[in-house]
Design a protein around this ligand. Structure first.
Ligand code: NAP
Length: 287
């Protein structure tokens, strides 16, 4: 029996499992991933790779799910719905507040407790002092899970009982990035149109301490868009949810819809597993 099971061993799920394995107090972890080979480094560190999904659920009282999107998470959970009674399900998969509401109801119908979590940082932040995790769900359930969640992030940001709050806050935190990407990539195009060497703009970003922006421009400069820790596909999923949320909530949807269309174009062009800076290639092509 383990203390926690992590389902989904991409960049983020692996970081969650690794933080449990590295915990000074020790924390036994079971893991499951659709492609089992991704579990190898974690198994070398002491994780238990379960032979199947059912065993992943029965192995631990706390089940954490961290996959690409809710469609994938629901597919996984539907397969093991009969085993979920009495478990605490912690959803780390990015989704909309409505996704969280539907999932919470579904989990309760299957006898499971439910928390929704949203991670605002990168996989490398997990288990470090800079990790920040937003949480929503029933307070008593949060208190029960708190010691386990604190292994992942000392900065646990409990937002309250309405289950949609963690993902609503995640959208709030994410939205400025999309504005930044489009503004930054447009500025690069201004430089190109006016013969300003990109190197000069990169120096200015450096002087301003804008390390992420600088790094994105360096991707463009080198033409190396190789994914590091958050592929474009995840950013595309995030803005699609934000655009859908804007339409459903009858708030102004023009900007998120424009960004969602550009990200969809990047997906159509095959940049889904590249860095988010690959969006620049879409802007450049359509200019
Ligand atoms: N990376 C970040 O910086 C970051 C930051 C905040 C939040 N998040 C959120 O964390 C979640 C996971 O992100 P990630 O970075 O780990 O993504 P990732 O590296 O692309 O990994 C995706 C994971 O989802 C699994 N998966 C996808 N479709 C599946 C399906 N139909 N059935 C079963 N498994 C499926 C993949 O399994 P395979 O290995 O078999 O393909 C893999 O384990 C996302 O919702 C993301 O928005 C990520």
């Amino acid at each position: 029996m383990s203390e926690v099971t992590v389902i989904g061993l991409g960049n983020m799920g692996s970081a969650l499992a690794r933080a449990f394995l590295d915990a000074p107090q020790g924390c036994a972890v079971s893991v499951w991933n659709r492609s089992p080979e991704k579990a190898a480094p974690l198994v070398n560190q002491g994780a238990v790779l379960t032979p199947g999904l059912s065993a992943a659920i029965t192995d631990s009282p706390i089940i954490m799910v961290c996959v690409t999107n809710y469609a994938a998470a629901n597919q996984i959970l539907n397969e093991v719905a009969a085993n979920l009674s009495g478990k605490l399900l912690v959803q780390f998969t990015t989704g909309s507040p409505q996704d969280a509401r539907i999932s919470e109801t579904w989990a309760h119908e299957h006898g499971a407790e439910y928390l929704d979590c949203a991670i605002t940082g990168s996989p490398s932040s997990i288990g470090t002092p800079s990790a920040h995790i937003l949480v929503s769900g029933r307070e008593a359930v949060f208190q029960k899970a708190e010691p386990t969640l604190r292994i992942l992030a000392s900065n646990l940001d409990y937002k309250g009982e309405p289950i949609g709050l963690a993902s609503a806050w995640e959208m709030v935190f994410l939205m400025p990035y999309y504005g930044m990407f489009l503004s930054l990539f447009h500025s690069v195009q201004i430089c190109q149109a006016e013969g300003i060497p990109l190197e000069e703009y990169i120096t200015v970003l450096d002087e301003q301490g804008k390390n992420y922006e600088k790094w994105l421009c360096e991707n463009i400069q080198s033409g190396n868009y190789q994914e590091t820790s958050a592929p474009l596909e995840l950013w595309a999923g995030g803005i699609q949810q934000i655009a859908q949320h804007a339409r459903d909530s009858h708030i102004h949807a023009e900007f998120p819809q424009l960004v969602a269309r550009l990200f969809q174009q990047a997906m159509n062009d095959g940049y889904d597993r590249e860095e988010v800076s690959a969006l620049f290639k879409v802007l450049q092509k359509s200019s």
